[in-house]
Design a protein around this ligand. Structure first.
Ligand code: NAP
Length: 267
């Protein structure tokens, strides 16, 4: 069987020369380059490179296996290193790998004129950097609060260690299909009162932000919606679109967490 593959890489970290030799190495083992319709997407760089490779193939994401090669940064999604190609190919061909599948976030963005679906690995954000954002927040159509502040994000478990963590949100183990709402600089006074902490809810919940959202910036992973006006509601839930990541068989989430956030303090 022919194994079709494509490559996404971080230009600041990986040279074209490296990519050429990587392609030669893959072709020796029967992999055929297919940018349009790959079975495997090798992403070389860091976690940000993973986000970009998922968005590049968002239309066919369910049938792709993503394989990360770390070029020296954090690496929540990349178990192999760019120095580890032989081991990676041997593991892949012998099936000695761990396949993990996670749902993406799905946001339905509704304006007077149109409804659009967007998908995210890490989080969906609404932010107003210019003035206070005021909007209602409901969960499964039950009103939680009227929020006022700079913004709100909904993170997946995969994204809980990214922007969500910087906002004081809990880090959630990847295999738990949950949604986490975190506030960005909420106003707490006699006029406005919100939960003022992150909230983790089940993955079957639908979180809605609604009100006058026409001035907000809507972000998802590294992407922004730039061409939609008069948005009045955003509904966020877990999607049927799923990503499959190839990991090392001995992958351990706690080890990854420790390397990413703790170990420096002990050196
Ligand atoms: P980016 O350079 O692609 O990513 C920013 C940093 O976040 C990088 O160090 C990246 O790791 C790391 N990262 C990405 N996903 C992660 C995850 N799931 N867990 C832990 N770290 C993760 O930046 P970008 O293009 O602006 O946006 C991509 C992501 O950046 C967003 O999804 C958001 O979560 C994050 N972000 C964070 C903040 C914040 O913490 N204040 C603000 C804005 C955006 P690598 O170096 O390995 O690529």
């Amino acid at each position: 069987m022919t194994l079709k593959y494509s490559i996404c890489f971080k230009k600041e970290a990986i040279t074209e020369m490296y990519i050429d030799s990587f392609k030669k190495r893959l072709s020796k083992d029967g992999f055929v380059y297919d940018e349009e319709n790959p079975d495997y997407v090798f992403f070389l760089g860091g976690d940000g490179t993973f986000l970009r490779s998922v968005h590049k193939y968002i239309d066919i994401v369910n049938r792709i296996k993503f394989v990360g090669l770390n070029a020296g940064t954090l690496g929540f999604f990349l178990d192999y290193s760019t120095r580890d190609i032989d081991n990676l190919i041997n593991d892949l061909l012998s099936g000695n790998v761990l396949e993990t599948t996670y749902p993406l976030l799905q946001a339905t963005v509704i304006s007077k004129k149109e409804t659009r679906q967007i998908y995210a690995v890490n989080e969906v954000r609404i932010e107003n950097p210019f003035k206070s954002l005021v909007c209602d927040v409901s969960i499964n159509e039950h009103k939680l609060e009227t929020f006022a502040g700079n913004g709100l994000i909904v993170a997946s478990s995969l994204g809980s260690s990214a922007y969500n963590k910087s906002l004081g949100g809990a880090v959630i183990e990847h295999n738990l299909p949950l949604l986490e709402i975190s506030e960005i600089a909420s106003i707490q006074n006699n006029a406005y009162r919100s939960l003022a902490s992150s909230l983790v809810v089940g993955g079957d919940r639908v979180i809605s932000f609604f009100g006058k959202l026409d001035e907000v910036v809507i972000g998802y992973d590294h992407e922004l919606i730039k061409d939609m006006r008069r948005v009045n509601e955003i509904k966020i839930t877990l999607s049927d679109k799923k990503i499959t990541l190839i990991r090392k068989v001995d992958h351990n989430y706690i080890d990854v967490l420790r390397k990413a956030f703790i170990i420096d303090k002990e050196l």
